[in-house]
Design a protein around this ligand. Structure first.
Ligand code: SF4
Length: 380
């Protein structure tokens, strides 16, 4: 199948691995930014095939995982209101809030619905003029344009009963935060190809120059990832720190101009909290004043929420690349995809879920505990 099998070719993978082995002379630590890349790496065992000098550190690019607890709790409070139809991608339903999740709210009578596009939620608003339809707009630069378009359409169609609960985040400020953390070990980045297909690559040269790190825009198939690693290692060995595009079939320097225009019209940059990481300046988007009427946080009184993270969960360290999931005591025992203590075990892009799903366990899981891949929710 074109664009699928050709990027899984074992012979070409072997050649790329040989090239990486021939290039590397000393230890290097690379961070793959996106949770989709982490899942591909663990699923195909790429980290186990690399020479031992090359370490892959899993980054914070899982949108479900970094959505802050107070926003999850706000979603739960809004979804429980009788006048609301609360719409979300499937991944968010099992993300634990302080004392329940969206599935629990649905079980208790809340009208919570899984949709596959924000436009599905918009259609619900059109068909249900007597109800308030709220879409849970989370994610990185990849999902933001579609959500911006939905709210833009709502205003154009006069659908005053449609709103977004917004928790959008941006990759470059997260890279800046990672690089300035005292504990940082990252020497190069595999940037998220889908994010760059929207935003282009212009945000990265300054970061690469300031922190003297190679940034290689990388895709998601096994050969994409090996090519990204090969180029990053090559730069490191030569003492270079440039932005390179190893995903040209999807990414160009200027990104997607139509999507960028829509983002600029609907959203403005704001500081955001990242779950497990903390507040990162200018790391998110919120609706501009012109779209404030469609902002669920303004439409519903959700102030005064108090949050509490489970003390045992170390997802914050996992998200910052400071801990592998198997280093968490609860991994595979108290915390599994069926009994998640943190979002990184729920999301199909979470590192804890990847290690569990592909059996990267220090100890064997109990019989029958495996969650089939098809039971895990689609990417949110
Ligand atoms: S294994 Fe579970 S408890 Fe441990 S860090 Fe991951 S999500 Fe949190």
């Amino acid at each position: 199948m074109k664009y699928i099998e050709e990027f899984n070719d074992p012979e070409r993978a072997r050649r790329l691995l040989d090239d990486i082995r021939a290039t590397v002379t000393r230890p290097w630590a690379l961070m793959e930014v996106c949770g989709g890349q982490t899942h591909s790496i663990i699923r195909h065992g790429i980290d186990q095939l690399l020479p031992e000098e090359v370490e892959l550190i899993h980054g914070p690019g899982c949108p479900v995982c970094v959505t802050p607890l107070d926003v999850i709790d706000k979603a739960l409070a809004i979804a429980a209101r009788p006048e609301v139809i609360f719409c979300s991608f499937g991944d968010m339903l099992r993300v634990p809030g302080t004392d329940r999740d969206l599935f629990r709210v649905k079980g208790e009578g809340g009208d919570v619905r899984v949709v596959y596009s924000p436009l599905d939620a918009l259609e619900l608003a059109r068909k249900n003029p007597d109800r308030e339809v709220v879409f849970f707009a989370i994610g990185f630069e990849t999902t933001a344009p579609a959500n911006a378009m939905a709210v833009h359409q709502a205003r154009r169609l006069g659908l005053g009963n449609f709103s977004l609960l917004v928790s959008h985040v941006r990759v470059p400020p997260a890279i800046e935060a990672i690089m300035t953390a005292p504990s940082c070990r990252v020497q190069g980045f595999l940037a998220a190809g889908h994010v760059c297909s929207v935003m282009g690559t212009a945000e990265y040269p300054d970061l690469a120059a300031k922190h003297r790190v190679p940034v290689v825009v990388t895709g998601f198939e096994p050969l994409d990832i090996l090519e990204g690693i090969r180029r990053a290692v090559q730069q490191l060995e030569r003492g270079e720190h440039r932005v390179e595009n190893a995903y040209p079939r999807a990414v160009c320097e200027q990104g997607n101009p139509a999507a960028l225009r829509m983002l600029e019209e609907v959203f403005e940059v704001t500081d955001r909290n990242w779950r497990g990481i903390g507040r990162i300046p200018a790391s998110g988007w919120r609706l501009t004043d012109a779209f404030r009427a469609h902002d669920a946080e303004h439409r519903f009184d959700v102030s005064g929420i108090r949050t509490e993270e489970p003390a045992v969960c170390r997802a914050g360290e996992v998200l910052q690349g400071l801990l592998k999931p198997t280093g968490c005591e609860a991994f595979g025992t108290a915390c599994t995809p069926r009994t998640p203590l943190g979002a990184t075990m729920v999301s199909s892009e979470g590192a804890c879920a990847a290690y569990y799903l592909y059996r990267r366990m220090n100890t064997p899981a109990p019989q029958g505990s495996r969650i089939p891949r098809e039971e895990m929710n689609p990417v949110g």
